[in-house]
Design a protein around this ligand. Structure first.
Ligand code: FES
Length: 183
């Protein structure tokens, strides 16, 4: 006689040997529990990834960058170069940027991005004899007023940098839609 049988009959002759089969309730709870856990993990992984992956994190407002002495800004737009620190996902860089900075009729300083709003070429100031005192794009002939308002080809004005003056220097901040043309 086997050892198991001996054990089963010991002390209680008539008791049946307990079968270790899974009940329907256990089967359902294991199956549903497993599926629920799998689904929860499926939702949790993207959330954790969103929290740790800088590519997916919203970009913060650009820092202010010191560009030029206030005294050097004239009524006529001039191109000034400056560097910004850029974090794109895991990649960091310091590209050189250019802005046209000038004074408006009231003497307030403004700064425009030279990227043409048609297809992205670079505009110049007073670079075409036919368009005096205007920004002109050599790619397809878009031109803009001094404040960046579109006059032909492009359907939008040149973008504008936020500007602040501190201790005699012009600082540029976030680039955004042109607000000067509506003033
Ligand atoms: S990109 Fe400037 S006119 Fe087309």
């Amino acid at each position: 006689m086997s050892e198991r049988k001996n054990h089963a009959s010991h002390g209680s002759e008539n008791m049946p040997v307990a079968k270790r089969e899974m009940s329907r309730r256990q089967f359902l709870s294991y199956t549903l529990g497993g599926t629920g856990g799998f689904l929860a993990a499926g939702m949790l992984v993207p959330m954790v990834r969103f929290a740790v992956d800088p590519v997916l994190q919203p970009k913060k407002e650009a820092d202010w960058v010191k560009v030029v002495e206030e005294s050097k800004v004239t009524d006529s737009p001039q191109a000034f170069k400056f560097q910004i620190h850029q974090v794109d996902g895991w990649y960091e860089s310091d590209p050189e940027i250019e802005a046209f900075i000038a004074k408006d009729k009231s003497g307030n300083i403004f700064a425009l991005n030279p990227t043409c709003k048609h297809l992205g070429c670079t505009v110049g100031w007073n670079n075409n004899a036919d368009y005096k005192d205007q920004f002109y794009c050599p790619c397809h002939g878009a031109h803009y007023t001094k404040e960046g308002k579109q006059l032909a080809v492009s359907t939008a004005p040149l973008d504008e940098y936020k500007v602040k003056i501190e201790n005699g220097f012009v600082y540029l901040g976030q680039l955004g839609p042109n607000q000067i043309v509506n003033k």
